[in-house]
Design a protein around this ligand. Structure first.
Ligand code: NAD
Length: 353
């Protein structure tokens, strides 16, 4: 019988398509804005400056020092530039790091955000902000954090390096897979989750084969949008918490950590809710979702071993202990011994049993 559910929609306005970046000026006007501060990482500084130039008087400044995990001191710097130049909105061009900076500014001054997303991380459609101060990462949620408008232009992802496309794509899939067994799951989020996973399952092998494949690039960005919506709509569990603990404690690269852990955390949880993960197992043509994801990751050349990120056996003991210190809901209860065993498998890169 159908389970009872609650569903609330809070999806930003989405403009999707090749060449969609040309809508940026019109979308700023739609937001009632005329003085954008364009944000990027140092790596995308040239793109941010070209965009600002194309926007003419609608862009009044560029800040290109966005960094991973949204350090609060960088936000403070960007905020003072925002005030100094009299900006009335932010235009974030990039992946989760740049979008995080835009969200951090909006969290503090409620400014409208237009995002042009160029990775598959999905942050642009969530009301979640993770920020770091004195080495501690904290997460906040709020309506001012959710961007108003998102432009997805697959053209801008054509040169996203294959390695990052693979890890970022698996990061996106992680949102959707965990969404399927969320405590507050609902039919719309689960439908978006499966559509998102399927789009990425088609697209990622094609991108590995031919990085400039336009159909695959469009499919991957479409899938990442849906997976991001799921992340923003329902609660996450063991996989995201473990990645947060591991990544936060040892400053590990975000997408790689998700990519490596995903088959193992899913295999762990699958034991409690095989029926909720059966569609994933079926999609990957495997007997289980965890093993299906493992074989898929291996096939597309994803990083498979935590030890390659410099994590040690002692670190794993620490993370296993930390992961049960502040208990949270997961379909399969958190057992320190079993979590240590899953981390060991991820460390060695062995196929989950
Ligand atoms: P990123 O934004 O750090 O990007 C990595 C690098 O790739 C950067 O140098 C960037 O400039 C470059 N890059 C981005 N797009 C490119 C493109 N199309 N072509 C070439 N280079 C490109 O990486 P990410 O994985 O997108 O984001 C990770 C961050 O996002 C983490 O801090 C994570 O915590 C956060 N995140 C937050 C949420 C949320 O909902 N709050 C969700 C997912 C990720």
């Amino acid at each position: 019988m159908r389970e009872p559910f609650r569903y609330e929609s809070n999806i930003p306005r989405i403009i999707f398509g090749f060449g969609a970046i040309s809508n940026a000026a019109e979308e700023l006007r739609q937001l009632g804005c005329s003085r954008a501060l364009v944000l990027s990482t140092p790596h995308q500084d040239n793109d941010a400056r070209s965009l600002a130039k194309a926007l003419g008087s609608l862009a009044v400044g560029v800040f290109s020092r966005a960094a991973m995990h949204t350090p609060v001191d960088v936000t403070t710097e960007a905020l003072s530039l925002f005030k100094e130049i009299g900006a009335d909105c932010v235009l974030s061009l990039g992946g989760g790091s740049t979008i995080g900076l835009g969200k951090a500014i909006a969290y503090r001054n409620d400014t409208p955000q237009l995002v042009i997303a160029t990775t598959y991380a999905g942050s642009e459609v969530t009301p979640i902000l993770g920020q770091t101060e004195n080495g501690v990462k904290t997460t906040v949620r709020g309506s001012s954090i959710l961007p108003e408008t998102v432009i997805y232009d697959p053209e801008l992802t054509i040169d996203l390096p294959v390695k990052m496309s693979v890890t970022s794509g698996l990061n996106a899939m992680a949102h959707a897979v965990e969404g399927l067994y969320a405590q507050d799951r609902n039919p719309i989020a689960s439908m978006m989750a499966m559509e998102g996973i399927a789009a990425l399952q088609r697209a990622l092998p094609a991108i590995v084969e031919s990085p400039r494949d336009r159909t695959a690039r469009a499919d991957a960005l479409y899938g990442s949008w849906l997976c991001g919506v799921v992340l923003g709509a329902v609660g996450m569990a063991l996989h995201h918490k473990l990645c947060h603990t591991l990544g936060g404690s040892f400053d590990l690269p975000h997408a790689e950590t998700h990519a490596i852990l995903l088959p193992h955390t899913i295999a762990y949880t699958e034991q409690a809710v095989p029926e909720l993960l059966a569609p994933v197992a079926q999609l990957f043509g495997a007997s289980g979702a965890g093993t299906g994801l493992y074989d898929f990751a291996l096939r597309i050349g994803a990083p498979m071993r935590l030890r390659d990120l410099g994590v040690t056996g002692e670190d794993l003991d620490k993370v296993a202990a930390l992961s049960v210190r502040n208990p949270y809901w997961n379909p399969r209860p958190l057992e320190v011994g079993a979590i240590r065993a899953l981390l060991q498998n991820a460390w060695e890169g062995v196929r989950p049993g």
